[in-house]
Design a protein around this ligand. Sequence first.
Ligand code: GLN
Length: 493
Amino acid sequence: MLYELTAHALHEKLKAREITAVALVESLYARIDAVEPHVKGYLTLTKDLALEQAHAADTGFQKGEDLPPLAGIPIAIKDVICTKGVRTTCASKILETFVPPYDATVMRKLHEQGVVVLGKTNMDEFAMGSSTENSAYQITHNPWNLDTIPGGSSGGSAAVVAADTAICSLGSDTGGSIRQPAALCGVVGMKPTYGRVSRYGLVAFASSLDQIGPFTKDVTDCALLLNAICGSDAMDATSVDVPVPDFTQSLINDVEGMKIGIPKEYFTPALDTEVADRVHTAIAVLEQLGATVEEISLPYTEYAIATYYIIAPAEASANLARYDGVRYGYRQENPEDLINMYKKTRSKGFGEEVKRRIMLGTFALSAGYQDAYYKKAQKARTLIKSDFDAAFEQVDVIATPTSPTPAFKIGERTADPLQMYLCDVMTTPASHAGLPGISVPCGLVQNGLPVGLQLLGAPFAEEKVLRVAYTFEQNTDHHLQKPQMHVNGATSS
Ligand code: GLN
């Protein structure tokens, strides 16, 4: 089926005019009709627009134009990225009616390639969460087991790629929100270096951490999407003006002589034993292929979560101040006065977790507490970063599990925010340091749920990360495994 294929395989077929982009998009929507009621990965579908975009791509292909690799490729977009004329809710009630008057820079770049946008994907409200259960609209189900969560906060973007209801997608990663759901849904997900991709038009959560990145079915597609979205942008002062290589040049099936560091702090008793086993097996594969594997130490790892849950809420409390009922979306009617309107709008418009973060962040920044919490967290962040700086003097790439456990049952952790925050224990350290990181599938646990291998690189060393990921993929078949979905009594693979 067309919907099962990768972007690079589909590009060959489109170019050879074996298939049309319209037939491809129709295949995707047929798949969406069949399985989306069970997965619930999308908040908005944009079929009419998608068909128009597919027609445009077909016109180009029919004229024999040499179109870019993503022309006519159906993609899904996390609902935190502004799409001109298409509702962008951040899975929050407060933005229920918000239709951006402009495109995010990544959208502009994707449109230049001629992509076909299928719709906007579900997420934790304002990207705060690890299970997508914090969406104000719906719960997304993990295609590998519909009773489990897909991870978060980009759970919709991960689930639709795993369910073959999109060929690829975009997500955002602040503390792990691309890598963790990629791991839990058995797909490839990459957070580029902080500054690689413009954040213009990405609704801000924690601005010193937020980064946009791809979800794909394999590492080749990941490189193609990176090629499309990376690059400095005058509209985002944090985007860095460094040359963007052609990432497909890093797709080299060879790790001979590369040094891979295994940080001992990531292999604690809290790590699920089956996850540990699959990750150790993956590392052994890389060693057999000629990489040198050595144990390293990142001693400040244990402070990453505490530090993250000060810095991210602090930035969020400032960023979310703009939702005041005046400028965007939802407003509570019949207020007594202006202050009462703000209060009512924000109390009703935001969900529990978002309010918890705003309160935590406001507290951490308040007079008298700022030194004890916010400034201390900034210092810890610097120490976490120096651990990585020292490690990358010694090794090319660092390998760890992406998530301490496979996907858990829907509802299992919602009562205990701390348990939910611990999902990010393996992903937040690299976020603090702004590093590029990828999660690639590395096997299934006994109950059939996927495990992800996380590979991290020094800032702007995406090429090394991709090379190791590609070599691993070329020599294993984990990425070819598909979930067997039991829907309507039938099995759909
Ligand atoms: N789970 C983390 C949080 O809730 C990470 C979220 C993200 O990366 N957007 O903050």
